[in-house]
Structures are given as C-alpha cells and as structure tokens.
Design a protein around this ligand. Structure first.
Ligand code: 5GP
Ligand code: ZN
Length: 115
C-alpha cells in the first residue's frame, strides 16, 4: 500500500535490520527499542490490524503465531526466560503504524498492567 512505512520495509524500499524473512512474513528490529530485544513481525501483505483479520488469514496468522514468533524467541534466547507479544490495535490500542505487526519484547522483566 502506498505511503505505508511497513509495506516499504517489506519491499526493502526502506532499510531495516531483518532478523527473519520468508515469502509471507518479515521481522525486523524496532527503530526505538523498548527492551533489549524488540522485534516487529509483520505480514508482507498489507493488513491494517488484528481487527482487519478474517477467516481467509487463518493460515497466515497461524504461521506467524505458531512458527515465526516461537522461532524468533528461540533465536533471541527468550524462550526459556519469557517474553511478551503485543499487537496494538487501533487508536485506543496505541497502534501508530496501520500495518499489522506483532511486537516481540524481551530481555528484561515486563510490567503489568501496560499503560
Ligand atoms: P505501534 O505503536 O503501531 O504498535 O508500533 C509501531 C512501532 O514501529 C514502534 O515501536 C516504532 O518504534 C516502530 N517503527 C516506526 N517506524 C519504524 C521504522 O521506520 N523502522 C523500524 N524498524 N521501526 C519503526
Ligand atoms: Zn502496509
């Protein structure tokens, strides 16, 4: 989608520090990390948010949650100690980039509730 920063990252029009990539998904380090490990996992195809997912996206969502994120967690040495997966959704959810993304945060203790 034109003017979408994460589409541009997926298309390599904007550089990023890529930690994982396959045909459907790319994961890269957040520009302003909020934890020692802060990776963003996105579908390459533009989907606005979790709220825009449909039954047609089941395979993609399952791939991200069941395969990509656990693999990244292992590679980043987060799987034993724990980590947090966040998908800010919509304005009140704190979503600033309107292209579906999962934050994978780890390397420090997380607080609850979030702000
Ligand atoms: P949101 O606030 O939408 O949940 O998360 C958007 C995230 O994207 C933020 O953590 C922000 O730091 C990150 N971000 C925004 N622009 C860029 C960029 O150009 N490159 C990278 N690597 N991260 C970005
Ligand atoms: Zn996009």
């Amino acid at each position: 989608m034109a003017d979408c920063i994460f589409c541009k990252i997926a298309n390599k029009e904007i550089p990023s520090s890529v930690v994982y990539e396959d045909e459907q998904v790319i994961a890269f380090k957040d520009l302003e990390p909020q934890a020692p490990v802060h990776v963003l996992v996105i579908p390459k195809r533009h989907i606005e948010s979790v709220a825009a997912l449909t039954a047609d996206d089941k395979a993609l969502a399952g791939h991200i949650l069941c395969e990509v994120i656990p693999q990244i967690a292992k590679e980043q040495n987060l799987d034993k100690k724990g980590f947090r997966v966040v998908a800010n959704t919509g304005d009140e959810g704190g979503q600033t980039v309107k292209h579906l993304h999962f934050h994978v945060l780890g390397g420090r203790s997380m607080q609850w509730p979030p702000g």
